[in-house]
Design a protein around this ligand. Sequence first.
Ligand code: DHB
Length: 326
Amino acid sequence: MELDLSCHVAGIKLNSPIMNASGAMCTTLKQLEQLDKSRFLSAIVTKSCTLTPREGNQKPRYHGTSSHSINSMGLANMSLKYYLKAAEIFGKTKPVFLSLAGLSADENVKMIRGIASSETNVSGIELNLSCPNVPNKPQIAYDFEAMGDILNRVFEVDFGTTPLGVKLPPYFDPVHFNQAADVLNNYPKLRWVTCINSIGNGLIIDPITEETVIRPKDGLGGLGGSFVKPTALANVRTFRKLLPSHVDVIGCGGVLRGMDIFEHILCGASAVQVGTYLQESGIAGIPRLYHELENVMTLKEYRTLDDFRGKLKIAPLMFANKDPSC
Ligand code: DHB
């Protein structure tokens, strides 16, 4: 059976459901070139940027293992201009999504105007509403009023037909899922949401040295990897239910194996982004993800991603169990 792993995000056809998560291997042209070369990565997302370059937080600011990571880069990036250049170069081969994380509504508006007036072929804009690592800058998407204010400003800009999506933080409470969706549903031009950014302000320590593994913010940073997957799946699944079908959900969080991609898609993801695993394995690890997903699909006799996307079933009701402890 010939498998078809193609998918669509914001109407753009992608030949694989795998792309990098913003932040992972996407800060420099050299890294972006590597992403461009991997035929199993169907699109490139650039490092969340600001109008002017930033050095970011003090080092060490990233710590990763094969299963998880913590980071507090502090929005270290090369500037919008640099990533526009990257889009010009690599946009010829595959879609390039520019991730924007302006430190104010004005800065985001300026950057979006800058993209609109550039000749560059940017495939999409991922507006990051969830950076947890800039000291004294709260995550916007945890403040629903602030999120609405920013989105009002952003959608007033005429950015033509370039699709725009938002990167959301993880939510943990049904009330918050509903409040976030109520805000997002005011913007008919919104084309996707990416769920989730890292779980903000976790703490990983080394009991041998009795130190935090990263330095900024007294060791607090964004968590990624296997332990964020259940939270990511809950967010993908819930936003898939709460947003209209023309808004795609991109799954991000805990993608370390092909089966993880399968689970994200089962929860309704159109495509997935890979952060910790990409950072740790490099692009050399990406073919394994793709082939593992192919193997899962073959075993389950699914030919296309549509065959199982969003088709998660709820555990059936268990009858006649008198044991009150389970
Ligand atoms: C950074 C981290 C994030 O999770 C994010 O969304 C944007 C920037 C950072 O620390 O650079």
